[in-house]
Design a protein around this ligand. Structure first.
Ligand SMILES: *Cc1c(COP(=O)(O)O)cnc(C)c1O
Length: 381
């Protein structure tokens, strides 16, 4: 038995969506993109959403929306995927690395207060593995210091904290539809906010700064047969970051399946938690809570992590590590900023298979293998 770490849950529904787009022979940004933006906006429960071609692009544009003065600082957790810290750099801003909470692995409120200074303009909390952390308290602190809050929601889609959707606590929430994430469009991302005026200019930024996309011009052309339908204006610095109708058609099908997929992942998480509860040398890396309703991955803290990875590889079970602290990477070494918890905890991290297409048999096989490792490991420690 070969068990994959992540796997998109795709099939007939997505193919039907793609066929529809093929039949209309309009693959670029168009009506499906609009329909998917509207469906996702309604699912999250916010006022506005803009579809882009990745969450990395979403984070870049989200930070750009505030037109911060160049050289200012943005607070980011040191335990995250690199895209979070690239977003300030793309905008000529400096990432300031903050330590994580030892239990939730989300940005540490205590260290956030320490690292804040008057040059900071924003904070980018990451919902690690789908974990909300203490997002309400982070937002309250940010408001008290006039910091904008951009939530990196790449690890959640529809997750809840105290009954409110994760991604709607701060000023902007950015989601990922990369193939391994909670739902996918191949690659893709969404920028969500309650502030319609804040997001409107981003519709131009994602389309090389043009005030009209091809679809709008085509429509105007059909309607009034005007000779000036070619006309558009460049309003701002822009990027080629748009979502397209092919991606959106997959997204619409995925969104319908998302509650089912979220539910299945939680079911598996609780099977894992139950299966490893007697283990002595490893434990769950995160506090999982059924009320959160959307988690992306399942992670362990294992003594002898690298031995564990090898053991699982021999069982044909894929594993991963999320993440090595960013300031340990060559590119970010000069941003080293005293984050002892991140440095201490990450060496025990190992991500084990979690996706909605995992069968019970596969989950049992993974649990059995973990327990077998734990027995060997216990003798050696
Ligand atoms: C995956 C990920 C991103 C980037 O998402 P893409 O859609 O692949 O660009 C950003 N932040 C975090 C925390 C992620 O895990």
């Amino acid at each position: 038995m070969k068990v994959r770490l992540f796997q998109p849950n795709i099939g007939k529904e997505e193919l039907d969506g793609i066929k529809d787009v093929f039949d209309r022979a309009w693959l670029g940004v168009g009506p499906k993109t609009k329909e998917f933006e509207e469906a996702f906006r309604s699912f999250i429960g916010c006022n506005s959403s803009v579809g882009v071609n990745s969450c990395t692009a979403a984070l870049h544009l989200a930070v750009s929306a505030f037109k911060f003065q160049k050289g200012k600082k943005v607070l980011v957790p040191n335990l995250t995927f690199v895209a979070t810290a690239m977003a300030p750099l793309y905008n000529g801003l400096e990432p300031v690395f903050v330590d994580v909470d030892e239990e939730t692995l989300c940005i540490s409120l205590e260290d956030l207060e320490k690292k804040y200074d008057k040059d900071c303009v924003a904070v980018m909390p990451v919902h690690f593995g789908g974990c909300p952390g203490k997002i309400d308290e982070v937002v309250a602190f940010a408001k008290s210091k006039n910091l904008k809050v951009i939530e990196d929601c790449a690890h959640t889609a529809g997750g809840k904290y105290k009954g409110k959707t994760i991604g709607t606590f701060g000023d902007i929430g950015c989601y990922s539809f990369e193939e391994k994430k909670c739902m996918t469009t191949g690659d893709g991302g969404m920028i969500c906010s309650d502030d319609i005026e804040l997001l409107n200019p981003l519709r131009h930024s994602r389309w090389v700064g043009m005030n009209k996309d091809t679809w709008q011009r085509e429509n105007e052309n059909l309607k009034n047969k005007s000779t000036s339908q070619w006309y558009y204006e460049i309003l701002d610095l822009g990027y080629k970051y748009n979502m397209n109708d092919l991606m959106a058609s997959i997204g619409l099908a995925q969104l319908k399946k998302l509650p089912e997929m979220n539910k299945r992942r939680i079911e598996i998480i609780f099977k894992y938690l139950d299966g490893i509860k007697e283990c002595k040398t490893l434990k769950s890396a995160l506090p999982y809570d059924k009320n959160v309703k959307s988690y992306w991955m399942f992670m362990l803290r294992v003594k002898n992590r690298d031995r564990f990875i090898e053991f699982m590889r021999n069982k044909d079970i894929a594993t991963g590590v999320h993440y090595m602290p960013l300031t340990l990477h060559p590119f970010f070494r000069s941003y080293e900023n005293n984050t002892p918890i991140a440095y201490k905890v990450w060496s025990e991290f190992v991500t084990i298979p979690l996706h909605s297409a995992l069968t019970d048999m596969e989950v049992d096989y993974v649990i059995e293998s973990i327990c077998e490792f734990d027995k060997l490991n216990e003798r050696e420690i």
